[in-house]
Design a protein around this ligand. Structure first.
Ligand SMILES: [Mn+2]
Length: 386
């Protein structure tokens, strides 16, 4: 039993690498997407290939997924093999457009299938129809790891495998994927690799947190995940990507220091926004969900705040930033609630939506906010947690 199209994707990427074809990597700017692109990029390089561009969309400015803006910026590189990771499965139009521009598209994603699969050349997503592989809980970087393994075959040295595993573990933990079956192996082996890492970014962190590492490896690793998820785009590269790929120990030490400060500040802002949301919902105890948004809400904090609120309230939580051009939101729910299925019922009110049942995102016109809230309330009144 194998993950549908994984061997096919690996063979095609391998061929492109060996033949020195132009390859573009495009992925989500969170740690799962970052880890996926580093694994794929390093696998391509170790086969002698080159990566023409590694690109991350800026979620707040460009939106989530493969965006028209990104395609406009990348089109001068066509024809090329465009590999998109940790996103893409909901980008029906954009994938069509990419093909028209001359890109061959491979999607490596783990998000829910939204009715159909985009017309990419190869799609790897364990949730797609016809995928018989029993385990569905991979993060995208887990799939990237398996793809890299299949690409390299016997050329995968134990050292390289460990350096992929540490990245796969970080992304899998960051995405809060189930610690079961295949993921358990990735996380356990990846954690061992992590504490032996050669990457200056990881070594700089371990050096700074020596005491914590002695106390609890688990906590240390989770702290690193928080640090690598810092929202800090520079020259189009997220902070986590820069820290995990720097070759300089000095640079790594400076980044660890900088990101630690930024993470601390962010944590405080998350706490404040969570408090604000709690104040707003205090009189709405009867509602089957939390649905709150404002112009003042910082979009970058919404996912973290929604996670906190859903744990406290045991309700699905939808938070959004209201902007002139429409609202942009994040949804989180603890087990038993499926935010993606709920949005599917209300999709006529949405411009875009997607994600997993526990964590997802959406975009809609402001005039539809009230209707969307009512539609979700209807859904969650009948689809309660068992
Ligand atoms: Mn992901």
């Amino acid at each position: 039993m194998e993950i549908k199209n994984l061997t096919k994707a690996a063979a095609r990427i391998r061929q492109a690498a060996v033949r020195l074809e132009r390859i573009i990597l495009y992925g989500d700017a969170d740690l799962d997407g970052i880890s996926s692109l580093i694994i794929l990029g390093e696998a391509i390089k170790s086969l002698g290939g080159t990566v023409a561009a590694t690109t991350f969309p800026n979620r707040e400015h460009d939106g989530y997924g493969l965006t028209p803006k990104a395609l406009a910026e990348l089109k001068h590189l066509a024809p090329a093999l465009l590999i998109v990771a940790d996103l893409g499965i909901g980008n029906f139009e954009e994938v069509k457009e990419a093909k028209k521009l001359g890109f061959e598209v491979i999607i490596i994603d783990h998000h829910e299938i939204l009715g159909r699969v985009p017309v990419a050349d190869i799609v790897v997503d364990p949730k797609q129809p016809g995928d018989e592989y029993p385990f569905k809980g991979f993060a995208a970087c887990g799939l990237a790891f398996l793809t890299a393994k299949a690409m390299l075959g016997s050329k995968l040295s134990p050292a390289l495998e460990r350096s992929f595993l540490e990245l796969a573990a970080l992304g899998t933990v960051a995405d809060m994927m189930p610690r079961q079956q295949d993921n358990l192996l990735i996380i356990e082996q990846g954690m061992d690799a992590f504490f032996e890492s050669w990457r200056p970014g990881i070594r700089a962190f371990l050096e700074r947190e020596e005491e914590l590492v002695r106390e609890s490896r688990q906590v240390a690793m989770e702290q690193m995940v928080g640090l690598l998820n810092v929202r800090d785009m520079a020259d189009g590269y997220p902070g986590g990507f820069r820290l995990l790929t720097t070759q300089s120990m000095d640079e790594a030490r400076a980044m660890v220091e900088d990101f630690s400060q930024k993470t601390k500040i962010r944590r405080e802002r998350v706490r404040q926004l969570a408090q604000e949301v709690r104040k707003r919902i205090a009189l709405k105890k009867e509602e089957p969900l939390v649905f709150e948004g404002d112009e003042s809400f910082d979009y970058e904090l919404l996912g973290s705040v929604a996670s906190i609120i859903t744990n406290q309230e045991a309700k699905p939580v939808f938070l959004f930033k209201k902007r002139k051009e429409g609202s942009l939101g994040s949804a989180r729910a603890s087990s038993g609630f499926n935010t993606v299925q709920a949005m599917e019922q209300c999709k006529d009110l949405l411009e875009r939506y997607g994600g997993h049942s526990p964590a997802s995102g959406f975009r809609l016109k402001n005039e539809n906010l009230e209707k969307f809230n009512a539609c979700l309330a209807d859904y969650f009144k009948t689809h309660v947690r068992i």
